[in-house]
Every structure is written in structure tokens, then in C-alpha cells.
Design a protein around this ligand. Structure first.
Ligand SMILES: NC(=O)c1ccc[n+]([C@@H]2O[C@H](COP(=O)([O-])OP(=O)(O)OC[C@H]3O[C@@H](n4cnc5c(N)ncnc54)[C@H](O)[C@@H]3O)[C@@H](O)[C@H]2O)c1
Length: 453
């Protein structure tokens, strides 16, 4: 199948590479000449584990251009993966989608042959059958759902991926979700995925609005689960000898609940979860339905920075130098949107603490936001050694491997707030005081062991 991928960002570039690696002919399009130049030269335009290797394995099937018209004319299916930023009411703006559709439509006026336009970006329920369908029909002069050589199919096919594991998630998805204007369009997409995924995933095909609702419902369900686990963590840390990991581990054994995303720790962040949840509440309100659950999830999430900052300030006990290890919103990415570590660093600096920060990938992007409010430290070890108290805000696996001796101090022991409970209690706990979020009374590890035994 010949495909064009319009938008070569964090999601589009990996999708283009995944499709090409599985034998499809792919032409990528972007308005950013740097991204096009990079991909055309065989270089990954964005940071994503495994992307560079996959581009290398695309065997000449992957090309890139600034010319959207040529890309559409040379393909059967166009994936549109451009930004849909949040708007002032909490929904999503389709302005980049509409601009991409104007170019696609112009090309379709010159093309003979059926074409499928597949919107992969996140849109608000109602948009596909509303302004998106109208824009495509107006620009192309074709009727959505019409067959024959002047026909055009419209699909909504969001990806359920996490940054840092995008390629794995695309190759082995839990499900393929396809909203379709007509069966032929949906079948073409299903065929592409059947030839692309490694795990023969279940495919759910439905009308456009059901797919739109399903997309933000999935993310809102997951955020609810995270906020639930965080609520449990806060309860546990107020009850002596309570341990949120023990509770959630058992809770997750119930097959109605499951263990995934049930770790009581910090706020969810990133480019999708927070805004999808807010958009879901906005959708419910705009329809006159109850939005309470999504709103409570968001309120609990926003509460986490204050909860964490208060716990960190208690550990400093009059001292001022505090380190934040982890600024990316999750491991494996340099993305810092709505990152708990960045929010914590900003809050602590407002409270006049001297804040030292480190992240293996996200230091530069975080410093662009935090600027001179904090001190960037290139090595995790040096960050640990520079401070009186330390917060582990992102569970990068390498933080668990920092040698225990790095945490040792002459005089007052280093106070460590280990939000993800990843440090070695025995080795690091022997030379520093480790405090765990979600464990009764935020006691140092040595005391917790005593209580448990
Ligand atoms: N990043 C994620 O984790 C993720 C996950 C699920 C869904 N999404 C959704 O996918 C969409 C894209 O997200 P992203 O993270 O890849 O965004 P991104 O900002 O990383 O990339 C978007 C790309 O589109 C390009 N672009 C904008 N207008 C264009 C046009 N008219 N023609 C061609 N290219 C154009 C931009 O230059 C940019 O390179 C959004 O709707 C987002 O909500 C993202």
C-alpha cells in the first residue's frame, strides 16, 4: 500500500518508519524543512528509542518532502498527524488539521482514484463529522463516503502509544481503533495494520463519533486509575505502617482492576493525559452531562505538586539546597510537558530554596522553561553530592544504579524523597535517610524496617 504521512513529529515520524519497515511505500510530509531534510537524509527528526534503527531498515521505501500535493498524488492513504493544541475552553483546536486538509484537498482535485484520509491526531468528539468532513469535502470537491475514482474515505484512527515506547506500542498494540465513514475506507486501514503489527491485535471498527469518544475515554480511564493510586498513596503515608505498594499490588490482582498504571506516586503528565482528561470533562459539560469524575481526577492530579513540595520542604528542615532528579514527564523521553519534576523544581525555587536539577535526556528542554531559577547539573552523581535533600521525580532506571557511596555525607545525613521507591533500601539506606511517598508517616527506611519486623 502506498501511504503518505502528513506531520513528522513525535508520532508521525515513528509511524512513517514503522510502515516503511513493514514493506509499505511511505512519503513523509512536514512544513518544517529541518524535519523533512533529516528524514530525507535517513536521520530521525525526533528523539524516540529505536527510531533511527528503524529508519535505517526502511530499505529505500521511506522518503520525505515539503510538497504535500506530490505526496498525496503518489499515495492511496494519507495519515494526518499534526498538532491539535488545547483551546481556551479545554477542547482541541483543529487549525493545523484544517490547514493540512486544504493541501490534501487541492491535491485530490488533481488525482484520479479513490483515496483515504485518515486523521490520527486527537480531535474532539463531533469534529470528524463536523468541520473536518466539511473542510475535506470543500477542499477536494469530493463527497466523503463516495466510491469510484472520485471517491474519498475519511477515517479516525488514533494511536495508543506512550513516548519512549512508541515503536514497540505501534508494532504490538493492545487494539487498533478505526472510525470509518464507510466500510471500504476502514478495510483499507485494517489491511495496512494487519500487514504491519507483529501481534495480530484486535481491530475495533465503528463509526467516526464512537471512535472519537473511545480515544479520549481510554486516556481518561487511565488517568482516573493513576489519580486513584495517588489518592491511596496519600492515605497510606498518613497511617503508620501502611504501604501503598502492598495495597496496590493486591488490588491489581483483582481482574476487574489490573496492575497497570496503579502505582501511587506522582502526577501524570506529558502531552496527552492531562489535556485529554480536561477535554473529556469539557465534552461532558458541553453536552449537559456530569463531568464530576474527570474533574476530580484532574483536581487530584494538580494537587500532587503541592503535596510533593510540602514533603520535600519538610526534609530540608531549615537547610536550603535541594536536588530534583528527573525532569522528563516519564523515563525514555526528553519531553517535559506537564512534568511533575519541572513543576516541583519551579515550586521549590518560588519558595526560595536553592534548586539543583538533573535529567539524562530532558535537561536542556527543562532549562529552557526553568531558566535561571535552578542550577542544571549534567551528572546525576554530582547532583546528589551538591544537595542537602534530594527528590527522585522521574523513575529513570539509571537512578537506581547510582553507587550508594555517592549518597554518603559527613555530618547530617542526606535526606532522600524516593517517590517511586526505587533506591536500594539496604545499601543507600545505610548511608542516607530514604523517605518514601506512600509509606506510613514518610519515615526513613530504617524505621520502616523496624516497624515491619
Ligand atoms: N505525542 C504523543 O504522545 C501523542 C500520543 C497520542 C496522540 N497524539 C496526538 O497526535 C497529534 C500529533 O502529535 P505529535 O506529538 O506528533 O505532535 P508534534 O508537534 O511532535 O508533531 C506534529 C508535526 O506536524 C507538523 N505540521 C503541522 N502542520 C502541518 C501541515 N499542515 N502539514 C504538514 N505538517 C504539519 C509540525 O511541523 C510537526 O512536525 C496530536 O493531535 C496529538 O494530540 C500524540
Amino acid at each position: 500500500m502506498k501511504t503518505s504521512v502528513i506531520g513528522l513529529g513525535k508520532l508521525g515520524a515513528p509511524l512513517a518508519a514503522v510502515l516503511a519497515s513493514k514493506g509499505h511505500q511511505v512519503v513523509g510530509v512536514d512544513v518544517n524543512p529541518d524535519f523533512v531534510r533529516a528524514l530525507a537524509a535517513g536521520r530521525a527528526p525526533v528523539d524516540e528509542p529505536g527510531l533511527q534503527e528503524l529508519i535505517g531498515r526502511s530499505g529505500g521505501r521511506l522518503s520525505a518532502t515539503l510538497d504535500c500535493e506530490a505526496a498525496v498524488l503518489g499515495s492511496d492513504v494519507s495519515f494526518v498527524i499534526v498538532p491539535t493544541p488545547s483551546d481556551s475552553q479545554g477542547g482541541f483546536s483543529n487549525k493545523y488539521v484544517l490547514s493540512a486538509l486544504a493541501s490534501i484537498g487541492q491535491a485530490l482535485r488533481k488525482k484520479r482514484g479513490y483515496h483515504v484520509v485518515n486523521i490520527t491526531c486527537t480531535v474532539m468528539p463531533g469534529a470528524m463529522n463536523g468541520e473536518i468532513r466539511q473542510a475535506l469535502e470543500a477542499a477536494s470537491g469530493r463527497q466523503v463516503g463516495a466510491q469510484g475514482e472520485n471517491g474519498v474515505g475519511l477515517c479516525y484512527n488514533p494511536e495508543f502509544i506512550a513516548l519512549g515506547s512508541v515503536i514497540r506500542d505501534m508494532l504490538r498494540p493492545d487494539m487498533i481503533l478505526i472510525g470509518e465513514s464507510d466500510a471500504r475506507a476502514g478495510q483499507m486501514l485494517e489491511d495496512i495494520y494487519r500487514a504491519t503489527c507483529d501481534n495480530n491485535p484486535p481491530v475495533r471498527r465503528m463509526n467516526l463519533v464512537n471512535a472519537e469518544i473511545t480515544k479520549i475515554a481510554v486516556n481518561t480511564y487511565v488517568t482516573t486509575k493513576i489519580s486513584y493510586a495517588n489518592m491511596l498513596a496519600e492515605i497510606c503515608e498518613r497511617l503508620p505502617a501502611a504501604d501503598v505498594d502492598v495495597v496496590t499490588d493486591a488490588l491489581g490482582m483483582d481482574s476487574r482492576i489490573g496492575v497497570k498504571y496503579l502505582k501511587g506516586a506522582l502526577a501524570y503528565g506529558g502531552p496527552c493525559f492531562p489535556r485529554d482528561n480536561v477535554a473529556f470533562a469539557h465534552l461532558a459539560r458541553s453536552l449537559g452531562a456530569r463531568a464530576d469524575l474527570a474533574e476530580a481526577t484532574d483536581r487530584l492530579n494538580r494537587h500532587q505538586t503541592g503535596r510533593l513540595a510540602a514533603a520535600a520542604a519538610r526534609l530540608l528542615d531549615g537547610r536550603s539546597r535541594i536536588g530534583v532528579l528527573g525532569l522528563a514527564y516519564k523515563p525514555g523521553t526528553s519531553v517535559i510537558e506537564e512534568s511533575p519534576g519541572v513543576a516541583l523544581a519551579a515550586r521549590l525555587s518560588e519558595e526560595r530554596f536553592e534548586v539543583y536539577v538533573h535529567d539524562p535526556m530532558a535537561l536542556a528542554s527543562a532549562m529552557a522553561v526553568l531558566q535561571d531559577k535552578v542550577v542544571p547539573i549534567v551528572s546525576a552523581e554530582e547532583c546528589v553530592q551538591a544537595v542537602d535533600a534530594l527528590v527522585i521525580a522521574t523513575p529513570w532506571p539509571q537512578f537506581a544504579k547510582i553507587p550508594a557511596a555517592t549518597f554518603a555525607r559527613a555530618g547530617r545525613r542526606l535526606q532522600v524523597l524516593d517517590c517511586w521507591r526505587m533506591l536500594d533500601r539496604d545499601k543507600v539506606g545505610a548511608v542516607a535517610d530514604i523517605h518514601y511517598l506512600g509509606i506510613g508517616g514518610l519515615e526513613p527506611a530504617s524505621r520502616i524496617r523496624a516497624v515491619k519486623s
